[in-house]
Design a protein around this ligand. Structure first.
Ligand code: ADP
Length: 507
């Protein structure tokens, strides 16, 4: 590829000088000429030369002024300018160089030296441009990377702030540098209080919050907890139980980082709920096993006796009756379990919603319910008008039956069970309610808030049969109907549990 000839602009008011320059440099460079400062400026704007040779002494605007104007134009400013003049005083040379000229050549010119100096200047200019290009490229790359980093930082900050888990990062000296809001919420240790503390101090503070301080391995310096460097490996968790700010169970792990600014990350995952659910499941399984074992033992016992001995028809029949009743109890426990699992997994997709009369539903549930011997039928107080709701008939009958069964179960001392309809208006929506009232054991405020939890049972005597699933099933069915459940209870006096559904205007 042939090299581009450099473009040189000569500005001189003496045509003879320009001709001499043309003869001296024309072979090697593309030489453009102008005979005044103004004309030179106009040509420079047009051709953007690689170098300008500028005569100092010119009429109108002299070389210095022309140079100032060139330097004032951003597009021309970087073109190297060489002053070319007959003057050879020290003063004019220093004025030119002080203005920022690239060089200074006196006339008459020595062709070879001038050519050489122009070549050097052009080469220098070429290099300067190259460097400038590289610098611009680098600056652009840095700008792009900085923007990417900024985005990434913002993303990480958002994750950090929104994460349901708590994080603390340590700097290269193992001092707390960043604290996520969730960490502070879980532990009650504010960012202001712990930023700057070293790992020993922080884990010491965490240990102080634990129920069993001695069991917290993290209470030792963090490097005793095996650091996890391989991000793909499941980290080793340590489970701690906090006594303050509230009884939380947290899984703790530490990751070592290879970054120069972050040495470690302490990570907290709140497993209070999982732990509680696990505990409740275990409790439930124990209870379910216990509940199932009691009737099954009775079934086994009676059948063994029936198989090994002869009884008169009356006793035989009585024993078979007990076996049958106990088998029915086992069935009801298993059914309740299956029911809950089904409701849970189908989320109401199998419900058949239709417009129904609440009174007819209650009648159906009451007719099917047989109170224990010695207990009176429930007293149903008639409603002022027919109430219609949209519901799955079988599920709603189940809700009423559960409430009725509880009302009898938890009033072992007797007393009437009463059912009453209610109506209310909320935000323009009419609601139809049914309250089931007993004069039984009642519940404490804490029991009232917890009785809808899965597997939760208040009865510790073990005398009242149940699985702790009945009210939970009631709540789930009502939720899937867009309804609600309310409870009013006084310990030792009795409970009223009400279910509410929006009124259905369809007939
Ligand atoms: P279960 O009756 O099988 O134990 P539930 O989910 O129906 O389970 O009720 C949860 C707990 O709430 C019961 O163990 C009981 O102690 C309490 N409870 C429910 N209904 C009443 C009530 N009408 N009066 C007093 N306590 C009740």
């Amino acid at each position: 590829m042939s090299k581009r000839r450099s473009n040189v602009l000569a500005i001189d008011d003496t045509p003879a000088n320009l001709m001499a320059l043309g003869a001296a440099l024309g072979d090697e460079f593309d030489l453009q000429v102008a005979t005044s400062g103004e004309a030179g400026l106009a040509l420079a704007r047009e051709v953007r030369p690689d170098l300008i040779l500028l005569d100092v002494m010119m009429p109108d605007i002299d070389g210095y002024e022309t140079f100032r104007r060139i330097a004032a134009e951003p597009a021309l400013r970087s073109i190297p300018v060489v002053f070319l003049t007959a003057l050879d005083g020290f003063e004019s040379e220093s004025v030119g160089l002080a203005l920022g000229a690239a060089d200074y050549i006196t006339k008459p010119i020595n062709v070879e030296i001038t050519r050489q100096r122009i070549c050097n200047l052009l080469e220098r200019e070429q290099l300067r441009r190259e460097v400038e290009k590289q610098r611009d490229k680098l600056e652009e790359t840095v700008r792009q990377r900085t923007a990417q980093l900024q985005d990434r930082m913002e993303e990480l900050q958002a994750i950090f702030a929104l994460s349901p888990d708590g994080f603390v990062s340590f700097d290269q000296y193992r001092r707390v540098s960043q604290v996520s809001p969730r960490f502070s919420l879980l532990t009650g240790l504010s960012a202001a209080a712990i930023t700057g503390l070293d790992d020993r101090r922080l884990t010491g503070l965490l240990a102080d919050l634990c129920v069993d301080k001695a069991r917290f391995r993290g209470g030792h310096p963090l490097d005793l907890v095996p650091p996890e460097t391989d991000m793909n490996r499941t980290p080793e968790w340590e489970v701690i139980e906090l006594k303050v700010p509230e009884g939380r169970t947290l899984a703790v792990t530490v990751r070592q980082c290879s970054s120069s600014s972050v040495s470690l990350i302490l990570y907290l995952h709140d497993i209070t709920r999982e732990t509680e659910i696990d505990r409740m499941k275990t409790q439930f399984l124990e209870m379910a096993a216990h509940e199932l074992r009691t009737p099954l033992t009775s079934v086994l016992g009676y059948t063994e006796v029936l198989l090994s001995q002869s009884f008169d028809a009356q006793d035989h029949r009585e024993m078979l009756g007990i076996v049958h009743q106990q088998a029915e109890h086992v069935t009801s426990i298993v059914n309740e379990l299956l029911d809950l699992v089904r409701i849970d997994s189908r989320k109401g997709q199998d419900f058949v919603f239709q417009a129904l009369s609440l009174q007819e539903l209650v009648h159906e549930a009451v007719s099917a319910y047989k109170p224990a011997p010695g207990r009176r039928e429930p007293r149903v107080i008639a409603a002022a008008r027919p109430l219609r709701i949209k519901a799955d008939r079988r599920k709603l009958v189940q809700v009423v039956a559960n409430l009725l069964s509880n009302a009898y179960k938890y009033s072992p001392g007797g007393g009437d069970v009463c059912m009453e309809y209610a109506e209310s208006l909320q935000e323009g929506v009419k609601w139809c309610g049914l309250a089931v009232r007993d004069r039984g054991l009642g519940m404490t405020p804490e029991e009232q808030t917890r009785c809808f939890e899965r597997f939760y049972r208040v009865d510790h005597s073990g005398k009242v049969p149940g699985t702790g699933l009945g009210l939970c099933i009631v709540r789930e069915i009502m939720d899937l109907h867009g309804g609600r459940v309310e409870i009013q209870s006084t310990l030792g006096e009795g409970s009223t549990i009400s279910v509410w559904l929006p009124e259905c205007l369809e007939s």
